[in-house]
Design a protein around this ligand. Structure first.
Ligand code: SF4
Ligand code: SF4
Length: 528
């Protein structure tokens, strides 16, 4: 299969030999697990258990909320100790909402999801199973996998790329998964291909993992339409867009997804998780992680339950030989420093590194010498020195104009900068500012929308009030009119009666006159 050259990239020292030969071990379930609601991109899950509840292994303890979210399951049986804030696996170390489980050592399964036969299940059923199992991208992105498996509904897809590049130094967990669980991985690839409706699957593995290439090739030998291919060992080969470009020669346009050019990328560990969810009804409650770095006593690849603390994992590896200069989650290029070793393992974490000072390559920064090395290695064709200068001057919009949002935060520019400028930190700060500005703008728009809605509501209330007053007035007038008419009618009746009475008087008058006349006559007769 022909490969295509891509721009930029660096060759950091791999340091994979520390753990690449270590078989996957299974960490015993600890007494206490801390399971954050948010372990994925999108809306955090919503807890469905409370303090004191007994939970069983695999039971949903927090349900997905919204279209981009993922449920969270209990990694073992035990009791919910509390639901509240706890230190988060994030450089800030700020607390995040977490479910704390006191484990009971029984590891008792709850009701398992029924197994699915991928040959008879529909693509929608397979994607739904992946959603129900809470599977997220296990290469570090942590994007809910079911959302990506549903992309066939909206895009014309033709290829599934399985990312087994594992280009970050130190990390070897995907390598071990491919070497030890190749059949599971290949079956997961087939299931995902069916869910996506694609017929072509390419499994890309960096050439520095010859055993993995060989094992996966052997496992895929009898499976039509799956190709295993070695790709150059060059960081950041694992970046989705660059991997797709290497394999297909097609560049994903700025602001687009690889799905726009017909390709979807999933991580190889995600493929294994999909296999377990479909074939065994098992949700994502554990993952394989590399524990390595110069300060680790016994580097290892370990299957750990989600929610175990980093310090427990380090302890299992014999602790540290010296105080680490930096403790990290993920790889050294794109990983995040860990502020608190009590932070829990999450679904997207593929590495725990305890690095010595020498390994961190920390040097005092000096002024940019405009050597252009950062420009040469940037895989996105950006000009890091200019972007950094604009961000330093708080000209965020201007940095966006020259591609800040295109930056992968891959750290290649940092790696080569002879002035040791913390370029990627500037870019992360700039991206944070973009988010903050967008959030502020959303807030202002929401406030404006609420204010406008209030004005409309008040106007409606005013209109309704006026209409009601007008109605009441009309009713009062109508009543008054009716009353007046009734009174007038009544008065009319009286008059009629009076008139009638008048008539009676009129008739009586001649009689009276006659009587008077007769009296007068009588008087005259008497006088006569
Ligand atoms: S690599 Fe460093 S010193 Fe060289 S141009 Fe870029 S920012 Fe400046
Ligand atoms: S961190 Fe950003 S600017 Fe630097 S090399 Fe990577 S993509 Fe380019």
């Amino acid at each position: 299969m022909k490969l295509f050259k891509i721009r930029g990239g660096v060759h950091p020292e791999g340091r994979k030999r520390l753990s690449a030969h270590k078989e996957i071990e299974v960490l015993p379930v600890p007494d206490l697990l801390h399971i954050p609601f948010r372990q994925h991109v999108g809306e955090p899950a919503e807890p469905v258990v409370q303090r004191g509840d007994r939970v069983l292994k695999g039971q949903v303890i927090a349900k997905a909320k919204g279209p981009v979210s993922a449920p969270v399951h209990a990694p073992t049986s035990g009791r919910v100790l509390a639901v509240g804030a706890f230190t988060a696996p994030h450089p800030s170390g700020l607390p995040a909402r977490t479910i704390h489980i006191l484990t009971d050592g029984k590891d008792e399964w709850g009701e398992r999801m029924p197994t699915l036969d991928p040959d008879t299940a529909s693509p929608a059923e397979l994607a739904q199973r992946v959603a129900d199992a809470g599977i997220v991208g296990m290469g570090g992105a942590a994007f809910p996998s079911s959302v990506k498996l549903n992309l066939g509904e909206r895009y014309k897809l033709h290829t599934l790329v399985i990312n087994g590049a594992e280009c970050e130094p130190y990390l070897t967990c995907d390598d071990r998964v491919m070497r030890e669980r190749s059949d599971q991985a290949i079956d997961g690839c087939r299931i995902m291909a069916k869910a996506l409706g694609v017929e072509k699957v390419i499994i890309a593995i960096e050439t520095n993992k010859p055993e993995a290439i060989e094992t996966m090739t052997e496992a895929a030998r009898d499976v039509a339409d799956i190709t295993v291919i070695g790709v150059p060992t060059r960081y950041p080969m694992g970046s989705e867009k660059h991997l797709v470009q290497t394999l297909t020669g097609k560049e994903t346009p700025s602001g687009c997804l690889t799905a726009d050019i017909g390709v979807v990328v999933h991580n190889v560990a995600t493929a294994c998780a999909v296999n377990e969810a479909v074939r065994r009804g098992k949700p994502l409650i554990s993952r394989v992680v590399t524990v390595s770095g110069g300060a680790i006593a016994k580097p290892r690849n370990i299957q750990v339950p989600i929610g175990v603390s980093i310090e427990s994992v380090l302890e299992y590896c014999g602790g540290t030989t010296e105080k680490p200069a930096r403790l990290m989650m993920g790889g050294p290029m794109m990983g995040q420093p860990v502020a608190d070793p009590r932070s829990p393992m999450v679904k997207g974490c593929n590495g725990i590194l305890a690095l010595t000072l020498e390994e961190t390559r920390q040097r005092p920064a000096s002024a940019c010498i405009r050597c252009g090395s950062c420009v040469q290695v940037c895989p996105c064709g950006l000009v890091p020195l200019d972007m950094a200068a604009r961000i330093r001057n708080e000209e965020i919009d201007s940095a966006v104009e020259i591609g800040l949002t295109e930056c992968l935060s891959c750290g290649s520019c940092n790696y080569v900068c002879p002035a040791h400028l913390p370029l990627v930190q500037y870019f992360n700060y700039g991206k944070g500012r973009i988010k903050a500005i967008a959030a502020e703008k959303r807030k202002q728009e929401e406030t404006k929308r609420l204010a406008e809605a209030r004005i409309v509501r008040l106007e409606e209330q005013m209109r309704a009030k006026k209409a009601m007053l007008a109605k009441r007035k009309a009713e009062a007038e109508a009543r008054a009119k009716a009353k007046a008419e009734a009174e007038a009618a009544a008065a009319g009746n009286d008059n009629t009666e009076a008139a009638a009475a008048g008539n009676d008087n009129t008739e009586a008058a001649p009689k009276a006159e006659a009587k008077t006349a007769s009296n007068d006559n009588e008087k005259e007769e008497v006088q006569a």
